[in-house]
Design a protein around this ligand. Sequence first.
Ligand code: AHR
Length: 497
Amino acid sequence: MSNQLHVLTRAPKARIEPEIYGHFAEHLGRCIYEGFWVGEDSDIPNTRGIRNDVVEALKNLNIPVLRWPGGCFADEYHWKDGIGPREGRKTIVNTHWGGVTENNHFGTHEFFDLCELLGTKAYICGNVGSGTVQEMAEWVEYITFDGVSPMANLRREHGRDKGWDLPFFGVGNENWGCGGNMRAEYYSDLYRRYSTYVRKFRDLPAYKIAGGANVSDYHWTEVLMREGANHMNGLSLHYYTMPDGWHNRGTAREFDETSYFDTIKAALHMDELLSRHGAIMDVYDPKRRVGLIVDEWGTWWDVETGTNPGFLYQQNTIRDALVAAAHLNLFHNHAHRVKMANIAQTVNVLQAMVLTDGAKMLLTPTYHVFEMMKENQGATSLTATLEGDTYNINGKELPALHTSASLTENGEILLNIAHFDPHNARTLDIELHAFEAKSVSARLLSGESLQAYNEFETAEAVTPRTIDGLKFEKVGDNTKLTLEVPPASVIVVKVEG
Ligand code: AHR
C-alpha cells in the first residue's frame, strides 16, 4: 500500500502555542543541582552559579516556558527557605527524591536568573499540600509586586528591586497523590480558596493553573471543571509513557521489539486522553477558554545501573525520540485545547534534553527532536489526512507513520513525520493543497538501531542530518512531493512558498 499525506494548507485548526514545547525542572536527583546549578565557585564554567554549557544547549531549543520547583517537591517546598544569603539558608531533606539533603542554594532569585539566561517564561508551582494560603500569596507578592509592600521590600533587601514576570502559576501538583492524597471534591474547594489569594500584581500571574488529573481519571477533570472552571485559566494533566506499568518499566537501553511496539502504543494513548479530557472540558467550557496543560509527560524507565533509584536518571534512545515526536504531533493536532506541555525533565532526570557527567554534557535524541520541530512554535496547525500502512508485530498493529502539519508565521509549511516501523523504509507521497512551493528542505533523525543513543564518549552517534535532493512539482494549484522515509526515523520537512 502507498502512503499518502494530504495537507489542506487553507484549513487552519488552531495556533500551536509555543508553550507546547515547554520544559520542567524539579529539585530531583541531578536536575537542578549539577544539571543547572554548580555554584559560583565551581570549576565548571558558569554564570552566577548556573552552568554555561547547559544554558547554551537549551537556548538553541527556544525553550518557551520552564516549570519549577516540582513536581512532588513543590508541595513540600517552602520558598522562604530559598532566599537571602546562601550560606544562611536552611538545609532540608528531599523526602520524595532519594531522601537527600539540599542546601537551598537554588531558590527564587536563582530560578529567575536561569529563566533570564534561557530567555524563557517562568511557570512556578505553589505548595497546596503542606503550605498555607498566606505562604502562597506572599510568594506571588514577593516575585511580582513593584510597589512598597512587606514582600516587595524583602525582595529588595535580597538585592532585586523590580519584580520579575511570572506569567504562569500552578496551584499545587498531583494533589490526588504526592500533593496531599486529596479527593477531587476536596481539592476543587482548596483550589478555589488558594487561587483567590494568588493576587494579580501588574496583571501577573496572568494564567492560573489548577492541578489536574492522573492519566484517565476523568472524574477529576469533571469535578474540577464543574466546580472551578470559572476560577482557572488552565487545568493540568499528567501522563508518563510506561508500556508495562509502574512495576515493569524496564531500562532505557535494553529492550526488545515487543517492548518498543508497546512503548509507541502507550505513547499514542495520549491521543485518547487529550480527546476524552478535552470532551469533558468542552461541556463546561465550550469556548475553550481553559487550556489543557500537560505539564508532565515523557518516558519513565528504570534508573541506569548503579545510580540512586530516587534520582530517576535514565539514558535516551531512538525509541525516546519517536515517543517525543509522537507527543508533539498529538499536541499540534489537539492545539485547540492543549495550550502548554512540559516534558519531564530538562536535565539528568527522566526523558531529558541533556545529560551531564561532571563537566561533560551530551545532547539526547529527544533534544534533537525538540530542536528539529521547534519552528512549529507559534505556527498554525493544519488539517492533514494520512492514509497509509500499518506496522504489525505479534498480531497487533499501529499506524506506521504519524504526522502533523503546520503553517508558520513566515508562510512556510512544516510537515512533522514520525515513522515507527524499525524494519521497512516507506515512500510517502505528499500533496499540499492550494500551495505553490518555491523550495523544500528536510532534516532526518535516525540511528543504527532502536537502541542507538549518545554517550559522553560518542556524543554524536545520534544527530540530525539533512536530506538532500528533494524534488517537488506543481500540479494545478497544488504541490506534490515524494519522500523516502527510513525505518524508525523522525523527519521534519519545510516547504517555502
Ligand atoms: O517527574 C517526576 C514526578 O512525577 C513528579 O515529581 C511528580 O509530579 C510525578 O509523579
